[in-house]
Write a new protein. Structure first.
Length: 326
């Protein structure tokens, strides 16, 4: 049985926790932040207002929803449905599904391009990536030459897509202009999550059974560092300023904080059971106008959104900022 199939068993609802708690960091004048949680066994998505920690909506989607990504302008959320082989498109103003798009078999990771015009979906059982035109909600290309892809991330300039292939322990680099694989980088066993630094110079890849993170130089497509983290790392995200990478360690119930300048683990945070949180699970830093009250933490900063679950390798948590128009 394939590695990812062995660990894909049961998913529970993710919970939100904070390095600098999202709720306490908000003021009445700050922009609302919503978290979108894929509930694998319930076939729905929970929407959480992170200022109140309340579920504001529950949206029915396809079978066994797994991955979630929100468009850069916050108007749409894209949900991969493993059991249906589809992507549900959610209008975040109304919390209604506006389109259902057929993709490959067992879709997992999803990422939206920085300009919001494309969504990229990793289809595990098809060993492909579906490219969706977000204006028409149609699949306009299918990228092959992959092996059981899971995590997916787009470079900040939108020119490259990085895909973690669990089947052959590599990361594929896709040229978004041609939708062709231009490079394959060997990493650990098996690669699961992937994130690109804000300046686009590095890609960070979690290797679930190697208990490591591979650091890829995106200019040369070479691994420049291998970092020991916790047990069974799944998710990885980079802070908005690029100085830290956060890794969710499913097996050790921790989050490893990596100093990106030294490629050393600088802190280990205890969290809930079996953290996963693939995708970009760190909010943008708060502006000075969004600073907490004096009774809260004195300096604004990014917050961490981590999902914890029982025995499933992968809920995605996606976040958006913006006022709902109901």
């Amino acid at each position: 049985m394939r590695a990812l199939q062995i660990i894909s068993i049961v998913l529970l609802l993710g919970i939100v926790i904070g390095i600098q708690g999202i709720a306490s960091a908000q003021t009445n004048t700050s922009t609302p932040v919503y978290a979108y949680i894929a509930n694998y066994l319930s076939d729905n998505v929970s929407v959480i207002d992170t200022a109140t920690d309340q579920v504001t909506a529950t949206i029915n989607v396809g079978g066994s929803p797994f991955g979630v990504a929100v468009s850069p302008d916050g108007t749409e959320a894209y949900v991969t449905n493993e059991g249906s082989g589809t992507v549900s498109v959610i209008d975040t103003a109304t919390d209604q599904v506006t389109a259902t798009i057929s993709v490959g078999y067992l879709p997992k990771g999803v990422a939206v391009s920085p300009d919001g015009t494309k969504a990229y979906v990793a289809n595990y059982n098809s060993s492909t990536v579906s490219v969706i035109d977000t204006a028409t909600d149609q699949v306009i290309a299918t990228v092959k030459e992959l092996t059981e892809p899971c995590g997916v991330a787009v470079s900040p300039d939108g020119t490259k897509v990085y895909v973690a292939n669990t089947g052959d322990n590599s990361v594929s680099v896709i040229d978004t202009a041609t939708n062709q694989v231009t490079a394959a980088v060997n990493v650990g066993t098996p690669p699961f999550g992937v994130a690109v630094s804000p300046d686009g110079t590095k890609a960070y890849v979690t290797n679930a059974f190697s208990d490591t993170v591979s650091v890829i130089d995106t200019a040369t497509n070479q691994v420049t560092a291998t970092i020991d983290v916790g047990t069974t790392p799944y998710g990885v995200a980079v802070s908005p300023d690029g100085t830290k990478a956060y890794v969710t360690n499913y097996g050790s119930t921790t989050v490893s904080v990596i100093d990106t300048a030294t490629n050393q683990v600088m802190a280990t945070i205890n969290v809930g059971a079996s953290p996963t949180s693939l995708g970009q699970f760190i909010t943008p830093a708060l502006s000075s106008s969004q600073s907490p009250s004096p009774s809260a933490s004195p300096s604004p900063g990014p917050s961490l959104v981590v999902s914890t679950l029982a025995m499933m390798a992968g809920t995605y948590v996606a976040i958006r900022k913006g006022k709902k128009v109901l």
